[in-house]
Design a binder for this molecule. Structure first.
Ligand code: DQA
Length: 153
């Protein structure tokens, strides 16, 4: 394995979609009381234990996420993605993730299957390595473990 490939294997891009900046105060009965900083801290803690580096973004704008995915892809081994509402609507986010050719895991805090029917469809899930939803912050941690296990396999 080249040095570059080795370095890339140790970095994961974390994508938080629209409205996740409001975590902590946004519909806490659905999303819990943890802020986005809290989610990122929990992820950083696990990443440190597992020897992985994280690079994260939160944006309310689809195009910003597309640009970020394109820029980060050469430096990361895969992506951990909570695309939030874009999960259910965004062809361009799907195209960006498929276009850069990196494996990704889809995560959601809430159990989207137990909510409105428009949340049952994901435009990402069929191309994701796996999907974790309904476990609050733990969904992200399980998703990161799943992605790393996939990358190691
Ligand atoms: C979400 C679920 C989506 O349906 C919703 O639009 C979100 C958050 C979750 O993490 O549970 O913004 O992705």
């Amino acid at each position: 394995m080249t040095e570059l490939a080795g370095a890339r294997l140790r970095r994961v891009g974390v994508i938080h979609g629209p409205n996740l900046h409001l975590l902590g105060t946004r519909e806490p009965e659905l999303y819990g009381a943890t802020t986005l900083d809290g989610v990122n801290r929990a992820l950083e803690g696990l990443a440190a234990d597992l020897g992985v580096e994280l690079e994260g973004v939160q944006s309310n704008h689809e195009g910003v996420l597309v640009d970020w995915i394109t820029e980060e892809a050469p430096r990361v081994a895969g992506f951990l993605v909570n695309a939030a509402g874009l999960t259910h609507t965004s062809v361009v986010l799907r195209d960006a993730l498929l276009g850069v050719g990196r494996p990704f895991v889809e995560v959601h805090l809430s159990n989207t299957s137990a909510r409105e029917s428009f949340r049952h469809r994901s435009l990402l899930a069929d191309r994701a390595v796996g999907v974790v939803y309904g476990f609050g912050v733990e969904s992200y941690l399980l998703g990161l473990r799943g992605l790393l296990s996939h990358l190691d396999s």
